[in-house]
Design a binder for this molecule. Structure first.
Ligand code: HEC
Ligand code: HEC
Ligand code: HEC
Ligand code: HEC
Ligand code: HEC
Ligand code: HEC
Ligand code: HEC
Ligand code: HEC
Ligand code: HEC
Ligand code: HEC
Length: 363
């Protein structure tokens, strides 16, 4: 369904990365193509093996039934027409949504299939006492319906796939409901039945600080509309262990930080003849994902970035015997103008080298 965009995006990015890489990095193109082939698609829908004991992601509208509302145990379904008699405006907004189209088709072929009551539960008690809270399943914080019942109702049709990770996730624990991000009552977004026009706007309702980091000097093209938060995050829960560490991050969409980055930066996956260990460990050793005031999303400017891990001895080696610089033995007394501070001028292959003469990551 709505995921065609997702299969095009990574393809476009892979080809961009390919074009960039082809200039800067000198290793076999074929190999990179092969790696790209083996990558997972950027698709929120799980492509894991289906566990037969778990119902498939959506049984479809044909199996829709009146939702269970424990706060109105004696209520009976009253049908869409009765709801509309009091809720005409909501019903009009609802008309062009995916759920409305699907439920109406199903309801035409089998009048026992509910429309509104598939999500809101049986309406008779509510119709009699509209102001009594809880008699209708409602999806706002001020309603009488607990968040647990709200999410359970949606999950009767939507368990499985990425939502497998919902229970225990940071959003679940912090009392978010599906309706904080989804509003199936109106077509606010082209796809995804979101509460705002785009995924990024939906997240920015609460994570404005992160969204603003993407306005920094160096950032991935999220403000430009080519990426969204869910390219890296699964808002429904962690796929990795979700700890905040170099290798894992909260609400991650893949098993590790690096797997997430390789989705689009396949050429960094290697393997390389000469690896740079911090790259293998985690891209976060040097990069920050949401935006940086340094160039290329770096956490610190070169050479400070490199010097965090690499001490002094090397400078002596570079200039030894050239007469260009004192026989410096430490970074402190090297001639900085000669060094140009540009470790990258010489060590160009900082992510790893495939040249047989490149053990120092310089070609
Ligand atoms: C007799 C008129 C009437 C009928 C019939 C009716 N409603 Fe309502 N409904 C209301 C009124 C009035 C309110 C506002 C109550 C309030 O603000 O306290 C309301 C509120 C709601 C709310 C929000 C509740 C909350 O706690 O925030 C939902 C959801 C809702 N109705 C859904 C439905 C659905 C679905 C049906 C059909 C099954 C339905 N209603 C039938 C009159 C009606
Ligand atoms: C796919 C599930 C779903 C279906 C089907 C559905 N609703 Fe809703 N409805 C919701 C959610 C979720 C909200 C909360 C939206 C929000 O965040 O404001 C809601 C909100 C409402 C509200 C309350 C609005 C408010 O401001 O509190 C009313 C009234 C309502 N729905 C009526 C209906 C009627 C009438 C129908 C059938 C024509 C219907 N709904 C079908 C999920 C559904
Ligand atoms: C009666 C079953 C049923 C219920 C209840 C239900 N849905 Fe759906 N929903 C579906 C089906 C079927 C689809 C379309 C097929 C699919 O996405 O798997 C769908 C699609 C969606 C989509 C993708 C829409 C798109 O435009 O791409 C979202 C998001 C969604 N539902 C959220 C919700 C939320 C939130 C609730 C609870 C308020 C809910 N659904 C309740 C059956 C249901
Ligand atoms: C923190 C925000 C957030 C919350 C909370 C959330 N979702 Fe989503 N959901 C998203 C985003 C973002 C997408 C991706 C939409 C897209 O790709 O267009 C999505 C996609 C979906 C889809 C369609 C994609 C698919 O895999 O078929 C369904 C169905 C869905 N969510 C259901 C739910 C249900 C059910 C809940 C509550 C248990 C929920 N969501 C809670 C943000 C959220
Ligand atoms: C209704 C508010 C709300 C929305 C919308 C929302 N979040 Fe959150 N999010 C929270 C809260 C609350 C927490 C837990 C507190 C915290 O750590 O900030 C959280 C935590 C997170 C975390 C983990 C932070 C940590 O340090 O553990 C990530 C990642 C995240 N959200 C991503 C997203 C993404 C991506 C979206 C959009 C798809 C989104 N959120 C939409 C409220 C929201
Ligand atoms: C390129 C991948 C990527 C994208 C796109 C992305 N994130 Fe993240 N996000 C990460 C990684 C990796 C971390 C862990 C960072 C760390 O531990 O230093 C993270 C951490 C977070 C955190 C918790 C720590 C913090 O910085 O507050 C939140 C909240 C969050 N992201 C929200 C978002 C939102 C909202 C968006 C969209 C505006 C988004 N992310 C887009 C990869 C991404
Ligand atoms: C959904 C695809 C996608 C994912 C996932 C992704 N990136 Fe990117 N990244 C891009 C695109 C697109 C660009 C811009 C490329 C261009 O302009 O040629 C980019 C650019 C970059 C740049 C260069 C920025 C600059 O200012 O030149 C760095 C560094 C980077 N990404 C690191 C990462 C890291 C680290 C991760 C994992 C946390 C990651 N990316 C995940 C798509 C992605
Ligand atoms: C040891 C530090 C370090 C680590 C770890 C690292 N990078 Fe980089 N990265 C850099 C530096 C320095 C640059 C700037 C290179 C330049 O300007 O020539 C860069 C540039 C980039 C760029 C933009 C230019 C290009 O080469 O395409 C991308 C994309 C990128 N890194 C992705 C990644 C990914 C993905 C990872 C994890 C697999 C990663 N980096 C790990 C230091 C690092
Ligand atoms: C997080 C720590 C870390 C950072 C940051 C880092 N490196 Fe490294 N680097 C290492 C480690 C560990 C090795 C492997 C050392 C070994 O094998 O003895 C290494 C190896 C190297 C080598 C090959 C050395 C050899 O003995 O073969 C070069 C060259 C190098 N790094 C350059 C750089 C440059 C340039 C930067 C900055 C862009 C940088 N490194 C940033 C940790 C780091
Ligand atoms: C003028 C070119 C040049 C610059 C600039 C340069 N290097 Fe080197 N670097 C080399 C060469 C050549 C070697 C190999 C020396 C050898 O094999 O004895 C080397 C070796 C290394 C090694 C391997 C360990 C060692 O001491 O032999 C590391 C680590 C290293 N450089 C890090 C850095 C860092 C960090 C910077 C920036 C502060 C930097 N280099 C700047 C040319 C340069």
């Amino acid at each position: 369904m709505g995921f065609r965009r997702r299969s095009i995006l990574p393809a476009a990015i892979l080809s961009t990365a390919f074009a960039v890489g082809a200039v800067g990095v000198g290793f076999a193109q074929q190999q990179r193509g092969d790696i790209a082939q083996s990558l997972p698609a950027t698709n929120l829908s799980s492509e894991k093996q289906v566990d037969p004991s778990v119902p498939p992601p959506a049984p479809g509208f044909a199996n829709a039934h009146v939702a269970n509302n424990p706060l109105a145990p004696d209520a009976k379904p009253i049908g869409e027409k009765t709801c509309i008699s009091c809720h005409q405006l909501e019903a009009e907004h609802f008309t062009h949504t995916l759920h409305s189209l699907g439920l109406h088709v199903a309801n035409k072929s089998d009048p026992n299939i509910p429309v509104c009551e598939a999500c809101h539960g049986p309406g008779s008690a509510h119709a009699e006492k509209p102001t009594a809270r809880g008699l209708i399943i409602a999806y706002t914080k001020r309603s009488g319906t607990s968040i647990e019942i709200q999410t359970k109702t949606c999950l009767t049709c939507h368990s499985g796939g990425p939502r497998d990770h919902w229970l225990g996730s940071v959003h679940q624990r912090n009392g978010l409901s599906c309706s904080d991000c989804h509003n199936p009552m109106s077509k606010f977004s082209v796809e995804g039945s979101l509460a705002r026009a785009s995924i990024n706007d939906t997240c920015a309702q609460c994570h404005k600080d992160v969204r603003l980091q993407f306005n920094r000097r160096s950032h991935m093209p999220l403000p430009e509309g080519q990426m969204s938060c869910d390219d890296c995050h699964n808002p429904h829960g962690n796929v990795s262990n979700g700890s905040t560490s170099l290798q894992n991050f909260p609400l991650s969409k893949t098993n590790t930080v690096n797997e997430t980055c390789y989705q689009c930066h396949a050429e960094k996956r290697g393997p390389f003849l000469f690896e740079h260990p911090p790259v293998r460990e985690s891209c976060l050793n040097c990069h920050t994902p949401h935006g940086s005031n340094q160039s290329t999303l770096l956490t610190a400017p070169v050479p400070f970035l490199c010097i965090q891990c690499h001490g002094g001895g090397h400078y002596g080696n570079v200039f030894a015997g050239t007469g260009l610089a004192p026989q410096a033995t430490s970074a402190a007394n090297v001639n900085e103008r000669l060094m140009g501070r540009g470790c990258l001028n010489c060590h160009t292959q900082v992510h790893g080298s495939n040249a047989s003469a490149g053990p120092r990551l310089h070609e």
